[in-house]
Design a protein. Structure first.
Length: 312
C-alpha cells in the first residue's frame, strides 16, 4: 500500500525534474550546434551521457535502499526499448527537416502534439486508456504550447501566414516528429512494463543505459561514415559536450523513472512544463515582456498541468 501510494504521486516531481534537466541540456547543446551540427550535438547528448548513466546505475545497485538483482531482460523488453530509441532518433531527424523548411516555430508547435498522440497510441498498444480529465488536460496544454510557439512580429504575436505555413511541409514534418516522439515514449513505457517486480529506479537506470548505448552506436556509426567532422568537433568541445551529456543523462533518468511509475501520456503531459521553463528562461535573458497571446498560452499550459495533477 505504501509503495502504491508513493507511485501515485512521485512521478510528478520526477517528470518535472526531467523537464528541468532537459532545459539545461538544451541550453548546453545550443552552443554545440554551430561547431558539430545538429546531429553532432545530438550525439554529444548520448555519448557523453553514457558514463553518467552508468554511474547512476552503479550507485543504485550499491545502495541498500535501491539495490536489487539485475533484471531478466528478454526479447520483449529489447523490442520496446529499440522502438523508443529509434523513435527518439527519427523524431530528431524530422525536426531537423522542419528547421530546413524555414518554419522552425511551426515545426516545433506541431511536434508538441506528441502528448495527444501518445495518449491514443498508449490506448491502442498498451491498453492504458486516459480518463476524460486527462484528455482535456492534454488538449488544453497542447493549445497553450501552440500559442507560446507563435512567432513574434514587431513586438507582437504574428498571425499564421496562411495555409502554406500552417498546413505546409514544416507542419507535416512537425507532426511526424510528434508522432515519433510519441512512439518513443510508448516504447520506453512498454519496456518498463516488461520488467514486473523490478524497482522503478532500476527500471529507469537500466533503460537509460540501454537506450543511450544503442543511440550512441547508431548515430555515431552514421556520423563516422557521413560526417567525421562532426565527431571531431564534439571531441574538441569536450567540456561543453560533457555538460550537455550530464544534463541529458539526468533528464533521461527522470523520464525513464517516471515511465516506470505511470502512463506515457501522463509523463508527456507534465513534461510540457519544459516549454514553460525554456520560455521563461529565454524571456528573462532577452528582457522581453509577455504578449497577450503568450500570456494566454502560458496560463493554458499551467492549467492543463494543474488539472492533470489534481485529478490524482
Amino acid at each position: 500500500m505504501q509503495s502504491a501510494s508513493w507511485a501515485a504521486w512521485a512521478w510528478i516531481p520526477i517528470s518535472i525534474w526531467g523537464a528541468l534537466a532537459q532545459t539545461a541540456r538544451n541550453a548546453a547543446q545550443r552552443s554545440l550546434v554551430a561547431q558539430g551540427g545538429a546531429l553532432g550535438a545530438t550525439l554529444a547528448r548520448f555519448l557523453y551521457g553514457l558514463p553518467f548513466a552508468a554511474l547512476w546505475l552503479a550507485a543504485l545497485h550499491a545502495l541498500p535502499a535501491t539495490s536489487g538483482a539485475i533484471p531478466e531482460f528478454g526479447p520483449r523488453y529489447f523490442a520496446w526499448q529499440m522502438l523508443g530509441a529509434l523513435g527518439q532518433l527519427a523524431a530528431t531527424a524530422f525536426m531537423l527537416v522542419a528547421i530546413k523548411q524555414r518554419n522552425f516555430v511551426v515545426g516545433v508547435a506541431f511536434s508538441k502534439t506528441d502528448a495527444l498522440q501518445v495518449a491514443l497510441l498508449g490506448t491502442f498498444f498498451l491498453h492504458e486508456l486516459p480518463g476524460w480529465i486527462t484528455m482535456t488536460a492534454i488538449g488544453v496544454a497542447t493549445v497553450g504550447v501552440v500559442l507560446l510557439s507563435l512567432p513574434r512580429k514587431a513586438g507582437r504575436i504574428a498571425a499564421p501566414q496562411g495555409d502554406r505555413t500552417w498546413a505546409g511541409p514544416a507542419a507535416l514534418y512537425g507532426l511526424a516528429s510528434g508522432a515519433c516522439f510519441a512512439f518513443s515514449a510508448l516504447g520506453y513505457r512498454g519496456a518498463s512494463l516488461a520488467l514486473p517486480g523490478t524497482s522503478p529506479w532500476l527500471i529507469g537506470a537500466w533503460g537509460v543505459l540501454w537506450a543511450q548505448a544503442a543511440q550512441t552506436l547508431l548515430l555515431g556509426s552514421w556520423l563516422a561514415v557521413r560526417s567525421r567532422g562532426s565527431l571531431r568537433a564534439i571531441i574538441s568541445a569536450w567540456r561543453v559536450s560533457t555538460i550537455a551529456g550530464a544534463a541529458g543523462a539526468l533528464a533521461s533518468i527522470g523520464w525513464f523513472t517516471a515511465y516506470a511509475l505511470t502512463s506515457a501520456a501522463n509523463v508527456r503531459t507534465v513534461g510540457m512544463v519544459e516549454v514553460v521553463f525554456s520560455y521563461l528562461v529565454s524571456r528573462r535573458f532577452m528582457n522581453e515582456k509577455l504578449a497577450p497571446a503568450e500570456q494566454a498560452g502560458l496560463l493554458l499550459v499551467l492549467a492543463g498541468l494543474v488539472a492533470l495533477c489534481f485529478q490524482l
